[in-house]
Structures are given as C-alpha cells and as structure tokens.
Design a binder for this molecule. Structure first.
Ligand SMILES: [Cu+2]
Length: 133
C-alpha cells in the first residue's frame, strides 16, 4: 500500500512539474488575421549561412509591411547556444528575408515571431533537419 501511495505521489509531482513548465512558456493563440508562412528554399538545409524567407499577409491575403520578424533556432539537444536572426520592414509583397546561420547539423526547432507595427503578433514553430555538409 505504501508503495502504491509513493507511486501515486511521484506521478502527481511529475504532473505538477510538467504543468509548471508548460505554463512558463505559453504558446500564444495565433491571430487569424496574421498569416505568417515560411517559404523554405527547394534545397536541403546545410550548415552555414542561409537566408530564410517569410511571407506575412492579413486575412484578405494582402501583404503586411513594416513588421518585425524574429527567428530563434534551438537544437533538440542540450548545451547549444540558440541562434537568432531578424528582419524588419519587408518588401512590397510582404516578404521578409532573415539572415540565419545553421551552426550544426541535426534537428532544429525554429520559433518565428512576427510583430506588426500596431503591436499585434503571432508565432509559429517549425522542425527542421540540417545536413552537416
Ligand atoms: Cu547542436
């Protein structure tokens, strides 16, 4: 009986910890009026400098200019310094080119945030595989 109780307590602790971690990094609800899309190049990702192209449009598919796009790249293993990149302003057709360096081959998670001139923002997350060479 004590074993069962202990197990139950452990599970409860784990659940509480998990919910704490989740609440520490809330995923914002996407704004339906901001369409943020990544337009990846047609070639595999490789270690080195890259230019990530994003498209930003409103619900009527009109380009949004004057926004800020921030990219954060994390690898799926510990001990890596995150890689950051950003682009401001955008082109007439709502494209933003973010200089970005893939510093290592492997699995990456890109967190992309778009902030509009009026302060509204949206965020998307992508999983990417990068080749070492
Ligand atoms: Cu790494």
């Amino acid at each position: 009986m004590t074993h069962l109780l202990r197990a139950a307590l452990l599970i409860l602790c784990a659940l509480i910890l998990a919910s704490c971690r989740q609440s520490a990094q809330p995923m914002p609800t996407p704004d339906p009026d901001i369409q943020l899309e990544w337009l990846p190049a047609d070639k595999p990702f490789r270690v080195g400098l890259d230019a990530l192209i994003f498209s930003l449009k409103n619900a009527r598919s009109e380009p949004i200019r004057g926004a800020l796009i921030e990219v954060r790249g994390d690898m799926n293993h510990a001990g890596m310094v995150p890689v950051n990149g950003m682009a401001e302003g955008g082109t007439d057709d709502g494209r933003y080119v973010v200089p970005f360096e893939w510093t290592m081959g492997g699995d990456w998670i890109l967190t992309v945030r778009a902030t509009l001139p009026d302060g509204r923002s949206t965020q998307r997350r992508y999983e990417v595989q990068v080749r070492a060479q």
